[in-house]
Ligand binder design. Structure first.
Ligand SMILES: O=C(O)C(=O)C[C@]1(C(=O)O)C=C[C@@H](O)C=C1
Length: 303
């Protein structure tokens, strides 16, 4: 039985993601922020943490990226992908809605809906969608933009469902633990790293070329400030494949050579099951064959 921290409180999308990733009997423990959920794993209070990492409309979740890049290393061991549409919750009897609270990512995904259906209502940022429901229950704001499951946790009235400016929006969540034995490669995996490229002409292009020249397909590239030197960035790069594969290991070792700093953030099966595209002459067998040939040459056994 594992203890799993998640970005709470109860009723967030992240809780739903954590439930989909947990095994029977695992204990789920809510934390107010992404940083606190990840700190619980670092301190050994929990075995893992579930946090959001990217949304198909609003992009990356900065709190997750920055916290994974700093302090003791953590690795993603699994991921979940959830469809994202919202319910609007209010206290029973509320007639006028002047304030609408939610997580900034959620507010950004319903901006047009609020303009059309609650004109003049002021959007208020809350630490999560469910924290907004708690604040509405306490009478601080008039309505909350929440995950549909929040209606089961809080005594609020559902004023609208299926709210979303963009249909079929999705958020990807990670299950993160301290570095440990990696999940087995499946052929449909994702590897994540964060790299601090040297601050000189072409450094990012060189880094990406190491991946491109090995036929490795990127699934995400985000830049976040290093925080210490203005104008210096960390690059978060996700790509198809598993670090246990020769072609991926070769590329990650090359990045390690090229960059001031590379942190491995995990290799795990993709939630969407999409298999890696492998370019001609860039398959694992090609890398193994080339390494064996080189070893034979070095032994003086060239045919
Ligand atoms: O507040 C929540 O319910 C969350 O799980 C966070 C979060 C996010 O960080 O993007 C997750 C999914 C939605 O896109 C909106 C908010």
């Amino acid at each position: 039985m594992a203890r799993i921290a998640y970005f709470g409180p109860e009723g967030t999308f992240t809780e739903q993601a954590a439930r989909s990733l947990a095994a029977a009997g695992d204990e789920l423990i809510p934390f107010e922020t992404v940083q606190l959920a990840l700190a619980a794993v670092r301190k050994g209070e929990t075995d893992a943490a579930c946090v959001p990492v990217e949304n198909s409309v609003e992009g990356p979740v900065p709190a997750t990226l920055d916290t994974l890049a700093e302090a003791e290393p953590l690795v993603a061991v699994a991921e979940a992908l959830l469809p994202v549409h919202f319910s609007i919750l209010a206290r029973p009897g509320t007639t006028e809605i002047n304030t609408v609270a939610s997580h900034p990512h959620a507010l950004a995904q319903v901006r047009l809906w609020i303009e059309a259906h609650l004109p003049g209502a002021r959007p208020i940022a809350a630490s999560s969608t469910a924290a907004a429901a708690v604040a509405v229950q306490a009478g601080e704001f008039d309505a909350a933009v929440c995950a549909p499951v929040a209606a089961e946790h809080y005594p609020l009235e559902v004023r609208a469902t299926e709210v979303a400016d963009v249909r079929d929006a999705r958020t990807r969540f990670l299950l993160v633990s301290k570095p440990r034995q990696l999940p087995e490669p499946t052929g449909a995996d994702r590897t994540s790293i964060v790299a601090a490229a040297a601050n000189r002409t072409g450094a990012l292009a060189e880094l990406l070329t190491e991946l491109a020249s090995r036929g490795i397909n990127l699934t995400r590239l985000d830049a976040r400030p290093s925080k210490t030197n203005f104008g210096e960035y960390r690059f978060f790069i996700d790509f198809e494949g598993h670090i246990a594969e020769p072609r991926i290991g070769d590329a990650v070792a090359a990045l390690r050579r090229r960059c001031r700093n590379v942190r491995f953030l995990g290799s795990h099966p993709r939630a969407d099951g999409v298999r890696a595209t492998v370019e001609p002459s860039a398959g694992n067998a090609d890398f193994v064959d080339a390494a064996e040939w080189l070893a034979a040459v070095r032994r003086g056994e060239q045919a």
